[in-house]
Write a protein that binds this ligand. Structure first.
Ligand SMILES: C[S@@+](CC[C@H](N)C(=O)[O-])C[C@H]1O[C@@H](n2cnc3c(N)ncnc32)[C@H](O)[C@@H]1O
Length: 337
């Protein structure tokens, strides 16, 4: 290097400024690479042992003309030390990729993917989206990833279900709205072996995922229908209606309709149990709030107090609220018709 170049570098503030940012840039590269490697099945494949470029090409069904791009992508993983390349075989090397590849960590991995794919994009594109940019649609999220990531809340939702079932009478007919991967249907069936349970979900692939989940648990008496809550009409027929982690898929006006429809479908004395993240949470909940604020799917997360009032205004009595996660804005609402 010439002395003049070295002098320029020493006095160039931008170079030092960039060096200070280097670790943040690396984090961004690392998280992007590892997320894509996990969701495409590459981490799982490499977890079984080293693989050649050709084997990875086959796994990802990469056309011969794109083999160079695949190699460039894998090389990023090697540079980031998430992969190694020895004797022509790629292997898992980094702590993050090994962590995400583990079978036991797949719910956490889905949550990580949700943050990297959707929350990151919302934070990055928000200023354009405020000014006429396209609003997010339901199809912008992979329903199966969301259904899986939502499972991180399982212990808290199960606590909410126990809370709602504490007071008699025991519900005989139950409707679960937006059942996702179906894990709460399994829990409900364990808690109430004799009840009639109907589940619905708006997304076909997610409804299918719930059916598979029930089948795997050998539960064959819960129907999972692919339909919207608003398609259900008719008489008061349920003792309990549950909505977990989906009220923000409905906009403000629709939330009033959800409450009115739930009230219509519940028998006198029946209960509505709803769990949701609310305004005022930590970074993950704030980013979730941003995504839904920028979407056409629903709207911002509810304010807990205002939502409680909305239920009362809709005609419910005894509207109780319970914080499920200490220090986090995650609540259950239980309201009686
Ligand atoms: C974040 S997921 C939560 C899934 C599940 N309840 C859980 O807690 O794991 C929200 C689910 O609500 C469903 N959903 C959204 N709007 C709906 C509607 N109008 N009718 C039925 N399901 C709906 C979505 O398809 C999605 O599967």
């Amino acid at each position: 290097m010439q002395l003049t170049t070295l002098k320029k570098l020493i006095f160039d503030k931008n170079i030092f400024a960039f060096l200070k940012l280097g670790k943040h840039v690396d984090t961004m590269y690392r998280t992007s690479f590892v997320t894509a490697a996990n969701s495409s099945g590459v981490l799982d494949f490499l977890n079984q042992g080293g693989k050649t470029l050709e084997q990875l090409q086959q796994l990802l069904t990469v056309d011969e003309s794109k083999k160079g791009a695949l190699s460039a992508w894998l090389n990023c993983g090697v540079t980031l030390k998430e992969l190694s390349l020895r004797d022509g075989k790629y292997q898992l090397k980094g702590k993050l990729s090994k962590h995400l590849a583990k079978d036991d960590n797949q719910i956490a991995a889905a949550l990580f993917e949700e943050a990297i794919r959707y929350h990151y994009d919302a934070l990055l594109s928000a200023p354009q989206r405020f000014c006429g940019g396209q609003a997010y649609q339901l199809a912008d999220q992979d329903g199966q990833v969301i259904a899986k990531s939502s499972r991180i809340l399982e212990p808290f939702v199960e606590e909410a279900i126990d809370w709602a079932l504490k007071t008699k009478p025991t519900p005989q007919s139950i409707l679960e709205v937006g059942c996702g991967a179906g894990q709460y249907l399994v829990y409900l069936r364990q808690r109430l072996p004799d009840s009639d349970i109907l589940a619905i979900d708006y997304q076909q692939d997610v409804a299918e995922q719930a059916r598979q989940r029930l089948k795997a648990a050998n539960i064959l008496d819960i129907a999972v229908e692919h339909r919207s809550f608003f398609d259900l009409q008719g008489e008061a027929q349920f003792d309990l209606i549950t909505l977990h982690n989906n009220i923000y898929y409905f906009n403000e006006a629709e939330r009033e309709q959800v409450c009115a429809l739930a009230l219509q479908l519940l028998k006198p004395g029946g209960k509505l149990l709803l769990t949701t993240s609310c305004q005022g949470g930590t970074s993950a909940i704030s980013a979730l709030n941003l995504w839904f604020s920028l979407s056409e799917v629903g709207g911002a997360l509810p304010d807990a107090q205002q939502f409680q009032q909305m239920l009362t205004k809709a005609g419910f009595s005894d509207v109780a609220i319970k914080r499920l996660l200490p220090g986090e804005s995650y609540f259950a609402f239980c309201a009686v018709k």
